[in-house]
Structures are given as structure tokens and as C-alpha cells.
Design a binder for this molecule. Structure first.
Ligand SMILES: NC(=O)c1ccc[n+]([C@@H]2O[C@H](COP(=O)([O-])OP(=O)(O)OC[C@H]3O[C@@H](n4cnc5c(N)ncnc54)[C@H](OP(=O)(O)O)[C@@H]3O)[C@@H](O)[C@H]2O)c1
Length: 307
């Protein structure tokens, strides 16, 4: 597994991370097998959120991880805060601090390596976020901070008050869902893909050394549309993925992740499989590097035209 450097830290972490949003439904034994498969295949970075499975995902992971007796400092544990599901977003100091305390308890750990603000709260008072981050850092509960689903100006607003560097921004991205890449290709045009929905977030993160963590890298778009493999709307794409998989002697999952890794933004995709075999075949993405021609072939096969 190749490593990716997180700017503004001395961290060299696995370039593929495992997201454990779906771990809540696993038995303790299944969860242990998933964690072991991730580690055996070189993953040392795990993404959580206080809300995944209503907290159950962190709980199941925390117990399994402890039972496996894996040294805490051999992995990076990241969690997220700020969503009250179905009701509101809450970036208040009180909520951020209580949320972290809950995550630490469920994960059975003393500290998080990274804490991300999960989805923008328009009622954010960045002074409060700054106070919460100061307190959490001072108490040794959180080592570093970042955001998720934020656009450039939202990050700038936080940066005006928050002292710590914002290291990470999680964005939904897959071979079929990448509005920030499309917007970059379609500058000065009037088609749908030209719409800058996220304020040039891809370029902003590159300029500011913020690591992008693509989430849901196998989903077509929104979750109702399902997984892109064997999807009837993406037959051509699946043929190209299969052709490249054969060439590199891997599975299509590895090609879909290799496509994200080939981008020079040095992204760290977060895969969400809870299947040890699928985790192993997906991690093979880190063994290969697509050519420029292949990257563009996959892009076009996803149904997008170059201007
Ligand atoms: N920041 C945010 O707002 C945000 C939002 C959503 C998610 N996330 C993070 O991103 C992580 C990944 O999200 P995700 O779980 O949606 O990622 P994903 O890797 O795109 O999807 C994983 C799901 O797809 C299934 N799958 C994968 N390949 C398949 C195949 N070939 N055939 C059938 N099913 C297949 C997996 O099933 P198996 O388990 O059977 O492999 C699993 O249920 C989450 O765990 C979370 O940490 C962040």
C-alpha cells in the first residue's frame, strides 16, 4: 500500500482509507475480520462519524479493535461531528465537545487523530468552533482538524477564526460522480457540467494543501441509484473497467479506485466495504498506476464528454 502525505503534518498514511459507516450491522467476529483485512492489506486510516448507525458503528469498531489488541498508535482514527440526523446541523461548541466525548467513549480511545466538521451548518459561529477546537486540542482529545462537504468560502470563514490548519475535506467522488472535475473541464461553457457547484473546491484544496478524501467511491451518485458495477446505465463504463482490470490483473473495484488515485491532487479515497475479500481486491488499486490515456478513457466511458 502506497502512502499519502497529509500536508502540515508529518503523517504518511495509507492512500486508501476504510470508512466504517456500515459497521453497525456486523457481529463482533465479522467486525474483527473486516479490521484485520484492512490492516493486512495496508490500510491504517479509519473514518468514522458520531452518527453512523446512530453511534453503533463506532461502538462495534471500538470493541473489535480493542479485542484485537492492535496498538492504538499504529492506526489513524478519524471521526466527524455536526449532524443531528433529519433535524439540523450543529457546530456549537457544546455539541462539538459532547460529540467528541461520545466518539472517544464508543471507540474506547483517549484521542482522535482527526476530527472533521461533517456538513456545513449555516448557523455556524466560527468563534465557537475555534474555542471547541482549542479545548479539544489542549485536552489531548483531538490531534488535528478538517472538514467535510465544505466549499472554499466556508473553509475560508472557518480559517478566519480557527488557529489549527484544516487538513482534510471529504467530498463525494467516484468515476460517475465528480462535479468538481467536470466544472474544471467546462470553464466558459453553458452546459450542465460547467456549473460550478462547489466553488472550484478541487483546485482550492490543491492550492491550500488540503487532502481530499473521496467518499462513496463506488456509488453512482445518490445512494438510491446504487453501485456503479453492473449498473444498467453504465454498461460502457463497466466494459472499460473490465478491460483495464484484465490488463492490470485486478478486479474492476481496483480500477475505480486507481482512477481517483491517478489524479495528482493526491486524494485518499474512503472505501466502505464490510467484506474482507472486497477490501483485499480493492486495495490492489495501490499497486497500479493508470496512464493518462486510460484515465481519460474511464472519464469518457462514465458518460462525460470533453469540450
Ligand atoms: N462525509 C460524508 O458526508 C460521507 C458520506 C457518506 C460516506 N462517508 C464515508 O465514506 C465511506 C464509504 O462510503 P460508502 O460505504 O458509501 O462507500 P462505497 O465503497 O462506495 O460503497 C460501499 C458499499 O458498496 C457495496 N459494494 C461495493 N462493491 C460492490 C460490488 N462490486 N457489488 C455489490 N456491492 C458492492 C459494499 O458492500 P460490501 O460491504 O458487501 O462490500 C458496501 O455496502 C463511509 O464508510 C464513510 O466513512 C462520508
Amino acid at each position: 500500500m502506497r502512502k499519502v502525505k497529509i500536508a502540515n503534518t508529518d503523517w504518511e498514511v495509507s492512500e486508501i482509507a476504510l470508512g466504517v459507516m456500515r459497521m453497525n450491522v456486523l457481529s463482533s467476529q465479522e467486525a474483527k475480520s473486516v479490521i484485520e483485512a484492512a490492516i493486512e492489506n495496508g490500510i491504517d486510516y479509519f473514518d468514522h462519524a458520531d452518527i453512523y448507525g446512530g453511534g453503533e458503528s463506532e461502538q462495534v469498531f471500538g470493541s473489535a479493535f480493542t479485542e484485537l489488541s492492535i496498538p492504538r498508535d499504529s492506526v489513524f482514527l478519524q471521526s466527524k461531528t455536526g449532524i443531528i440526523p433529519g433535524k439540523m446541523y450543529d457546530f456549537s461548541k457544546k455539541h462539538i465537545i459532547e460529540s467528541v466525548d461520545g466518539s472517544l467513549k464508543r471507540l474506547k480511545t483517549d484521542y482522535l487523530d482527526a476530527l472533521l466538521l461533517h456538513r456545513p451548518d449555516t448557523l455556524v459561529e466560527p468563534e465557537e468552533v475555534a474555542e471547541a477546537f482549542e479545548q479539544l486540542e489542549e485536552q489531548g482529545k483531538v490531534r488535528s482538524f478538517g472538514v467535510s462537504n465544505h466549499n472554499p468560502m466556508q473553509i475560508e470563514l472557518l480559517k478566519k477564526y480557527v488557529r489549527q490548519p484544516l487538513l482534510i475535506n471529504q467530498l463525494q467522488m467516484s468515476v460517475t460522480h465528480h462535479p468538481s472535475i467536470n466544472a474544471g473541464f467546462n470553464v466558459n461553457r453553458t452546459n450542465q457540467e460547467a456549473i460550478v457547484r462547489e466553488g472550484s473546491i478541487l483546485e482550492y484544496c490543491r492550492v491550500n494543501d488540503i487532502t481530499i478524501q473521496p467518499w462513496s467511491p463506488f456509488q453512482v451518485g445518490n445512494e438510491k441509484e446504487g453501485i456503479l458495477f453492473d449498473h444498467p446505465d453504465f454498461i460502457g463504463l463497466n466494459e472499460v473497467l473490465a478491460k483495464l482490470a484484465e490488463k492490470y490483473k485486478v478486479e474492476r473495484e481496483a480500477i475505480a479506485i486507481a482512477w481517483l488515485l491517478r489524479h495528482p491532487a493526491k486524494m485518499q479515497p474512503i472505501i466502505g466495504s464490510m467484506n474482507p475479500k472486497r477490501i483485499a481486491i480493492t486495495c490492489r488499486a495501490s499497486d497500479i498506476k493508470l496512464s493518462r490515456e486510460e484515465w481519460y478513457e474511464v472519464y469518457r466511458a462514465g458518460g462525460f464528454q470533453l469540450p
